[in-house]
Design a protein around this ligand. Structure first.
Ligand SMILES: Cc1ncc(COP(=O)(O)O)c(C=O)c1O
Length: 289
């Protein structure tokens, strides 16, 4: 725990960081969070991060903790103070400290914390071997479009998936896959990418957004529609995407093998396209922070 973290305006060693027990993030999960991948010291998909956190804050009537420019400066400083080359920044904004009462306190000062973590993102052996997924019931609330701190249903789902030997759970509602516990879900049928359309039922994944843009640019056929567990089991390929895994092929769902090659051709292409885009961002931004 020698890392330097950020709490409400100050950088400090992690073991000195403190937040009040009356913080609404602690008492109610009243706040939002984000995860930004860092590659070669550069923050990736930054513009989409700003758009998503703005949307989450707005939907919960939470104020920005800092101006966008100060937020960006803080995040860059955090990366540099931790000499982070590859990994991610986790940041969260809560409604701050107040008497415990359900309605939103007025003009409360938000709590803003951020920390970094090292992780090999580019060289991930799972990108070659693929991962196992099991289906789990989607027990979440009805505003999954907000990246809120309320993650108990996801903790339960991940625990169930891991205890069944799987890397990830695909959450299922009314027979349809909503998304991964901590990732977006894709299947490939006859070379067409299929993923659930955006709504309050899923988080608008940033990697999902970039993948769909890249697919459009490269004329990969995409259909945004809900898909069933049976369709996923019969798919030619399946993969997941998230900030810290980018794109990972799925080897099996509920123990049933998916496709014949891991990674399948479309999954491989999508990961390569995404990596190309990431490295382009890196070369444009290296040294600018
Ligand atoms: C429920 C859920 N869906 C999708 C994602 C993937 O989103 P992103 O690509 O922005 O990391 C995550 C990431 O944590 C998630 O928790």
């Amino acid at each position: 725990m020698n890392d330097i973290v950020y709490v409400n305006g100050d950088f400090m060693p992690a073991n000195e960081a403190k937040v009040s027990i009356f913080d609404r993030g602690f008492l109610f999960g009243d706040g939002v969070y984000e995860v930004i991948p860092i590659i070669h010291g550069v923050l990736i998909d930054l513009e989409y991060f700003f758009q998503r956190i703005e949307s989450s804050l707005k939907k919960l009537e939470l104020p920005w903790p800092l101006s966008q420019q100060d937020l960006l400066t803080t995040l860059h400083q955090l990366v540099s103070r931790n000499s982070l080359q590859e990994g991610f920044i986790y940041l969260q904004v809560t409604r701050g400290v107040a008497e415990r009462d359900f309605p939103y306190p007025q003009n409360n000062k938000p709590t803003f914390i951020a920390f970094t973590s090292k992780k090999n993102i580019l060289e991930n052996p799972l990108a070659d071997t693929g991962v196992e997924v099991v289906t789990v019931e989607d027990l979440r609330w009805k505003r999954r479009d907000i990246k809120s701190l309320n993650l108990l249903a996801q903790c339960m789902a991940k625990q169930t998936a891991n205890s069944r030997g799987a890397y990830e759970g695909w959450m299922v509602e009314d027979g349809y896959v909503t998304e991964g516990v901590t990732s977006s879900a894709f299947i490939v049928i006859n070379s067409q990418l299929v993923t659930r359309p955006l709504s309050n039922s899923i988080l608008p994944g940033i990697r999902r957004r970039v993948i769909l843009e890249l697919a459009k640019e490269r004329s990969i056929d995409v259909e945004e529609r809900p898909f069933t567990v049976d369709e996923a089991l019969a798919a030619d390929e399946a993969f997941l995407s998230s900030a810290t895994t980018l794109i990972l092929p799925i080897r099996s769902i509920d123990g049933q093998k998916i496709g014949t090659h891991i990674p399948g051709p479309i999954t491989r292409q999508v990961r390569e396209l995404y990596l190309e885009a990431v490295l382009e961002t890196v070369s444009k931004n290296q040294g600018s922070s």
